[in-house]
Design a protein around this ligand. Structure first.
Ligand code: SF4
Ligand code: SF4
Length: 353
């Protein structure tokens, strides 16, 4: 299928027609922020005015809190003390308007959840049931640095479909079989012609050329772990940090979780919850020992994992997409780009901590 052109209104109407085939998520405005929500007949879709959602769409594949198993503690119950998987649905779903940086993040997280040694059954099934319909970024924010992380405002990695906002219309391009299947179910639109495609290319080139490439990352690859680990700047970086965990919870590429049992009377649930390396309990051992008891150790871990351990392990990319959420929402203005400069032995230009 070639590229298609939809009027903006026609695109949303076509998406509404998919209700029987997909659970469709779109960006909507809530207060001063944006969030992905189910599309229904009353949804006010915010494709036109949003830069990105506050929470990344990772929760659509990897819920913030998920009941894994349930069990009975009633000795009269023949299934007493037997863990039973809680039924889950993996119906087809589509995230429409996902930014390329957030689609890139699923590729990063896949290295944790879908490996040759272990496949997380729930993450994998939900990811495979999800079609990612990206919306290229016409006007990236000052906090965005996707190009420094190997992505771009119109990057296709991890997307099934890419939309170009051409003003009055969208040019829509299928990138995978999943994307073809999705577009094949939509009504309306017309085939794009050469003029349309050239305009889309001009747009994406123009936006990409305007992205600042302010973050030096290559020097980190070539440095020894120990040299960065023992650097003297970590105390300064950590000084202002509140260990609030905002950065890790908003991050599309953070995947840490904790498993807890919750018991109500004679019934119990085993639940998986997002966790954060910023919290002291995250690494507390049963013995009482905590290898990251100090704040600077936890702050260091976040950056070392994203920009050194991950890089050395996979020799490809970073555990960051440059979406800029942690820059935008850190309550004490710690800017990950400044920390990258420190890790690269570059002078910080805007260190806020
Ligand atoms: S959002 Fe800022 S203050 Fe909160 S844990 Fe992250 S770096 Fe620290
Ligand atoms: S570390 Fe910050 S900039 Fe990088 S992907 Fe996570 S939230 Fe976005």
């Amino acid at each position: 299928m070639g590229d298609k052109i939809f009027t903006k209104q026609g695109w949303v109407e076509s998406l509404r027609g998919l209700a029987g085939d997909y659970m469709v998520f779109v960006p909507v405005k809530e207060g001063d922020m944006y969030a992905f929500r189910h599309l229904d007949n009353d949804t006010k879709v915010a494709f036109d005015d949003y830069h990105n959602t506050r929470m990344s769409p990772k929760s659509i594949v990897y819920p913030q809190s998920e009941r894994m198993f349930e069990y009975s503690l009633d000795k009269q119950d023949p299934d007493c003390n037997i863990l039973k998987e809680v039924p889950k649905t993996f119906a087809p779903q589509a995230i429409v308007g996902i930014r390329p940086c957030d689609a890139h993040a699923f590729q990063i997280s896949k290295r944790n959840f879908d490996t040759p040694e272990y496949r997380d059954p729930w993450w994998v099934q939900r990811y495979e049931a999800t079609t990612l319909i990206g919306l290229g970024c016409n006007s990236p924010r000052s906090t965005c640095f996707c190009t420094a992380m190997g992505g771009g405002p119109f990057d296709e990695e991890g997307l099934d479909v890419l939309m170009f906002d051409m003003g009055e219309t969208y040019l829509v391009r299928a990138l995978t079989d999943k994307g073809e299947a999705f577009l094949g179910k939509l009504n309306g639109g017309r085939s794009a012609d050469k003029t349309d495609r050239e305009a889309a290319l001009r747009l994406s080139d123009h936006v990409r050329d305007g992205m600042p490439d302010v973050v030096p990352v290559d020097p980190i690859r070539n440095k020894e772990i120990k040299d960065i680990f023992d650097a003297s700047f970590w105390d300064d970086v950590a000084f202002a940090c509140l260990n609030c965990g905002t950065c890790t919870f908003l991050c599309p590429a953070c995947w840490c979780f904790d498993v807890q049992d919750e018991v109500y009377g004679r019934e119990g649930d085993r639940i998986r919850n997002w966790d954060s390396c910023m919290f002291p309990l995250f690494t507390l051992h049963g013995s009482g020992h905590n290898p990251r008891a100090k704040k600077f150790q936890r702050v260091r871990q976040r950056f070392m994992h994203k920009f050194k351990y991950y890089v050395d392990k996979f020799d490809d990319g970073f555990q960051c997409t440059g979406c800029g959420r942690c820059v935008q929402f850190c309550p004490v203005n710690i800017d990950i780009r400044d920390v990258l400069r420190l890790m690269s032995d570059e002078p910080p230009v805007r260190l806020s901590a």
